[in-house]
Ligand binder design. Structure first.
Ligand code: SF4
Length: 475
């Protein structure tokens, strides 16, 4: 520290640094600044039932909260997205809506520009019109469904499984990678439905895990486990804890941030304590994985829910954010978020995933080289154990750190990756470990020559599907 002539104290270490850390304590934005919630009491706000009952599910309900603060053109833009483009239906908890333009009364421009709004309430004008989707985008871009060994149980890595207990969440994110399954159908996407009864599906999952002692790690997910009735979730977790070969259990819940009120309900806290105590007695690592993409989503209520979970025996709470253009894809936003997670909310900044190659996501996705640059820019500020890895979830491969690329065609935006294990569908594939697997950058980030190459590929593919004669015949 140095004293200046004016008597103020400056931080010499911060001078000239690309990022300057300053502690910012969490603030609960004042929900009464929004016209629809002027009369809402603290007791109502902190009630999970009130939050669930007042989720915003459509344009009319959003208008009832924001009223004239936001112009009609915004509501029309949202309606256009919901009518023809959205892969997720709208569902926003009051808690999350209140973190949009958190420290001011919103107006149209501020609401449009808000990073949380950009992924929770996407509008038609957010999306790209040149390449709204990458030609290789697909509904189940990670092929999780292909790797189901029981309904909802994905066995992709040798020692780990993903158990999707249900297909709903208390909030729906516009970029959801499980858009194939999660949420209600939209005009653009008819969702896959889980066919079996929950009790039968859970039984089949437990049976598979008992029969496969090489699986030691279960991500219990969905959807969001906050939507599983507590007694069912506790019973599933207790049965998992009886399998002596299971050593890690991770509960996936964005609701820890989007609906912290859920995780603060007395019956849920008491239940978590029973599960936490049992896990500790059996030496199992019980953790919560949440999904926070921007520092403004972290409030004192979120921190209270995290600290409560840690107090009742959850060993760790970790964040798996998603790197999204327009939301957090710059070093300052990522570092602000990581410091708020680590320093204020008690959440370990663990991963940032690159946004997966689902339809309609090109305006959110970043190129691999941009992700590599961001990883470089965030190194060295946080404690090493709390410095998140930016990872690319490569189809048929799994998570790779973004610097693990084997080859990179920068002109066409194609990266090639390798892997060191077989997924559950490759037992007989002799080349699974020797071939390379492609991943694609958003086309608008390529040089013009690369963009032209993709246009030609599209035109050729279109000509194959609709030969000239057939086009004429169809008028
Ligand atoms: S909380 Fe997770 S599973 Fe649910 S919509 Fe968001 S990203 Fe998808």
């Amino acid at each position: 520290m140095q004293a200046t002539r004016e008597g103020t104290v400056t931080d010499g270490a911060a001078a000239g640094q690309p990022y300057v850390y300053r502690r910012r304590e969490l603030v609960e934005p004042d929900w009464t600044r929004l016209p629809g919630w002027r009369g809402v009491t603290r007791e109502q706000w902190e009630s999970a039932q009130w939050q669930r009952a007042h989720c915003v599910k459509n344009v009319r309900q959003l208008r009832a909260v924001l009223g004239d603060l936001v112009a009609d053109r915004f509501y029309a833009d949202l309606e256009a997205d919901q009518r023809g483009l959205a892969t997720m239906s709208m569902l926003v908890t009051p808690q999350m809506l209140n973190t949009m333009v958190p420290l001011a009364v919103p107006d149209t421009d501020a609401f449009y520009a808000d990073p949380v709004r950009r992924y929770m309430i996407p509008v038609a004008s957010d999306r790209r019109t040149d390449w709204p989707s990458h030609p290789y985008a697909s509904r189940d871009s990670l092929h999780e469904h292909d790797m189901w060994v029981a309904e909802g149980l994905t066995h992709r890595y040798p020692t780990k499984v993903l158990a999707e207990l249900l297909s709903t969440c208390p909030q729906y994110c516009g970029h959801c990678t499980r858009m194939d399954l999660v949420g209600n159908s939209t005009p653009a996407v008819a969702k896959l439905k889980l066919a079996g009864k929950p009790v039968d599906r859970y039984e089949a999952m437990i049976a598979y895990l008992r029969e496969h002692p090489g699986v030691r790690d279960v991500v219990v997910s969905g959807g969001d486990v906050a939507n599983v009735p507590w007694r069912s979730l506790e019973s599933f977790l207790m049965r998992l804890l009886e399998i002596v070969t299971i050593r890690d259990i991770r509960l996936a819940t964005k609701a820890l941030m989007g609906l912290p009120q859920h995780w603060l309900q007395p019956d849920v806290v008491e239940g978590m304590e029973r599960v936490g105590r049992t896990a500790a007695r059996r030496g199992v690592n019980l953790a919560i994985h949440t999904h926070v993409n921007h520092a403004s989503s972290l409030t004192p209520l979120v921190a209270r829910a995290v600290h409560t979970a840690l107090e009742v025996g959850v060993r760790d709470v970790r964040n798996q954010g998603v790197l999204l253009r327009g939301v957090n894809a710059c070093a300052t936003d990522l570092l602000d978020l990581c410091f708020a997670l680590q320093g204020e909310a008690g959440i370990l900044p663990y991963y940032f995933y690159m946004c997966d190659m689902i339809p309609g996501a090109e305006h959110w996705r970043v190129a691999v080289w941009q992700a590599q640059q961001l990883q470089h820019e965030i190194m060295g500020y946080l404690p090493g154990y709390a410095t998140p890895r930016i990872v690319c979830d490569v189809p048929y491969v799994g998570k790779r750190w973004v610097h693990m690329v084997t080859e990179y065609d920068r002109e066409r935006g194609i990266t090639y990756w390798t892997k060191n294990y077989r997924t559950s569908i490759e037992a007989a594939d002799s080349e699974a470990l020797s071939r390379t697997y492609p991943y694609y950058d958003p086309i608008d980030t390529l040089p013009e020559s690369g963009q032209q190459w993709w246009r030609e590929q599209q035109a050729a593919a279109w000509a194959r599907v609709w030969p000239v004669g057939s086009r004429a015949a169809r008028g």
